[in-house]
Design a protein around this ligand. Structure first.
Ligand SMILES: [Zn+2]
Length: 434
């Protein structure tokens, strides 16, 4: 036990020593503008990570998700998986970070791809979501490998594409190829910016669909000769307000979703369009007089782990078909656009208790357990990879993700790296638990 504590202190001290390296690594990652869409510079960031991790004894594989959504010659979907074997056989701990960032958008006072360091914070698009987390996991693994040379099992670090657009050219593709199978990998930590003292156990489900109401075109001066698809859609929206929304907000989940407002079922109406196409604002033309024969909405329904995909669909279907009773001409179609199942790792799963113990040791406080309102790559690791022992844990504040002047706090990265290194010690070190 004493020997273990000793190593723990050494790991923490060595991570402090590498503060400059951690800052520089984060800055270098931010300066590669891997904006998605379109999915730019994936090859460049993979080459950068390849050089870095290859020089530290990792065996690396660069994998292009050929044929995945978004993959093209102009914007190939490159991923990297780096693996460092231990001295003896054992379990594998995998750190998975997405390499893509969303567009910078307006309102920055810092260069979004400059990586400026000011008052202990590094600024840039992707600083917290999630190049800071990627850098922290690299430093944690490098320090652990140097100080605990007789570790067992393996450490993997991956940089994967397209998380911001669903992960199909990244983790989903790799999971389909067996890279996240439980025979190969036993523990997964995704360093998304959930904050250094919080463990994210999973996320809600999502179901996206397009609903179209149909009508009949006619002259706008004689609407009774046609059938207005927009009025039909109005009836749909009325039914949402009077029946669906009250039902959704009455359903509570046992998952510790933050913010708390997302502990009920929710639905966003993403877009609405009816009738002829909108006239461009530069045009001076007036609209022609027509009864619209089509109106479409896209809905974004986030559902709870206590609900089912089938139930969520059936609820909307029955509401739509019920409208026919009072609107004999009501005609509609519904098309699923995408579906993501909810995912929730057990509170007593090994990776959860290990990281929680490391948080207690490093920060001197108990870990908070949370779940995410929106999904992240855990969905693919769970559903395609069949690996249940997965969490999100990393530095940075989720509230800053995708915002102007996004930053990551260097002290938070240092603390998270200590938690990650200590977790490696507990899972792969000579006095490992279990
Ligand atoms: Zn992210």
């Amino acid at each position: 036990m004493d020997a273990c504590l000793n190593i723990q202190d050494q790991l923490a001290a060595e991570i402090e020593q590498r503060r400059e390296d951690l800052v520089l690594l984060t800055q270098e990652l931010i300066r590669i503008p891997t904006i998605n869409p379109p999915g730019a510079f994936y090859r460049d960031i993979c080459a950068f990570l390849d050089a870095r991790l290859g020089s530290k004894g990792f065996q690396t594989q660069l994998i292009r998700a050929e044929g995945a959504p978004g993959d093209s010659e102009a914007y190939p979907r490159w991923n990297i998986i780096a693996r460092r074997e231990g001295k003896t056989s054992g379990e594998c701990v995998h750190f998975n970070s997405h390499i893509d960032v969303v567009e910078a958008g307006e309102g920055w006072t810092e260069d979004p791809f400059g990586g400026a360091l000011k008052d202990g914070k590094i600024y840039g698009r992707g600083a917290c979501d999630m190049k800071g987390g990627l850098a922290a996991s690299i430093i944690a693994a490098e320090v652990f490998i140097e100080l605990v040379q007789d570790f067992s099992g393996a450490i993997e670090i991956s940089g994967t594409a397209d998380e911001e657009s669903g992960g199909y050219g990244g983790v989903a593709y790799l999971a389909g190829k067996g890279f996240f199978s439980p025979e190969r990998v036993q523990h997964v930590i995704i360093p998304e910016p959930l904050h250094k003292d919080r463990i994210c156990l999973g996320h809600r489900g999502g179901w996206w669909a397009e609903i179209e109401t149909k009508g009949e075109i006619a002259h706008g001066s004689m609407p009774f000769l046609g059938d207005c698809a927009v009025r039909h859609m109005g009836a749909v929206l009325d039914a949402f307000e009077s029946e669906l929304y009250p039902a959704l907000s009455s359903r509570h989940t046992a998952m510790p979703v933050v913010p708390e407002g997302a502990r009920v079922s929710t639905m966003n109406i993403n877009s609405i369009h009816g009738g002829q196409e909108e006239i461009p604002s530069v045009s001076t033309a007036l609209p022609s007089h027509c009864v619209p024969d089509s109106c479409r909405i896209v809905i974004d329904r986030r559902y709870l782990i206590e609900e089912t995909h089938e139930g969520v669909k059936a609820e909307v279907e029955s509401l739509l078909s019920g409208l026919k009773q009072n609107r004999p001409k009501f005609d509609y179609s519904m098309r699923e656009l995408n579906h993501v199942a909810p995912s929730m790792t057990d509170r007593d799963a090994p990776v959860v208790s290990t990281v929680a113990g490391a948080i207690q040791s490093v920060l001197g406080k108990g870990a908070d357990f949370v779940a995410s309102p929106g999904s992240y790559d855990q969905k693919h690791i769970d559903r395609i990879g069949k690996l249940k022992n997965c969490i999100a844990y990393g530095p940075g504040l989720l509230e800053l993700a995708h915002k102007p002047d996004e930053y990551v706090d260097v002290e938070d990265m240092i603390d998270s790296a200590k938690v990650m290194a200590l977790s490696l010690l507990k899972l792969l070190g000579p006095d490992r638990e279990g």
